[in-house]
Design a protein. Sequence first.
Length: 275
Amino acid sequence: MNTTSPMPQESDEKAPRSVSYDVPPVTRAMALLRYIAAGNRCRNIAKASAAVGINRTTLIRLLHTLEREEMIEKTPGGDGYVLGYGVLELASGMLSSRDVVRTGQPVLHHLAAETGLSAHLGVLAGTDVIVLVRETPEVQLVSNIRVGSRLPAYATVMGRVILSHMREDEVRSIFDDYNFSAFTDQTPTTVDSLLGQLKLDRAAGIAWSVAFFEEGIGSCACVVLDQNNAPVCAISLSGPQANFEEGSEKRQQIMTGVVDAARRLSAMMGHIPTN
């Protein structure tokens, strides 16, 4: 008869086991933020609930919580949501840690001083562009754009030049069910008209605006690419409309300055030109 006592088993506390550290409320909040970042306004709660897989009551509570934390904010018309300045703060910290903002600042400072125009660096956030860097010359300013300004990507040169380096299906996804507004008679008001403009911008390698977004103001922008040839941000110049019109004595200097600045910052981001 075997009288040997069985070996003591390790307690459940020590036994290896598969543990999920997922926190469902955080997962749902992140899904909702990504949904809004893609350009969805959550105007229709039932539609948004089905799209993100969150029940209506929880969705409404998440919207109120994210708005309180300034991660999202009401649209000017109050009929939906867009990303808020809390996201901008997080994005700014991330970009700074990757040296995009810190590296871009002196590049833009030189560009503004060399051209006598306002220089900006912006990133795409859903259907908008958020300005992260602004450098101005020591002359009377004509641009009211500030760091943190949120601009409609489809109607502004920084947004256009970033979008022009994205696939058509990505652009359509971003602007699906989007309510376009015409700022001037040049503004695209449909996805198809926007894609037509983006095709021209991509071919030119630079996006121009001669009162395209605001009467009396001209601007142009060039994309900054990373090591994967993907758009990171855009650099732009803006100033009096006359400087940006075809035939202007300053137009060539503007184009050369923006393109050179974007190429320089792209190289710092690891981009290697293919030609």
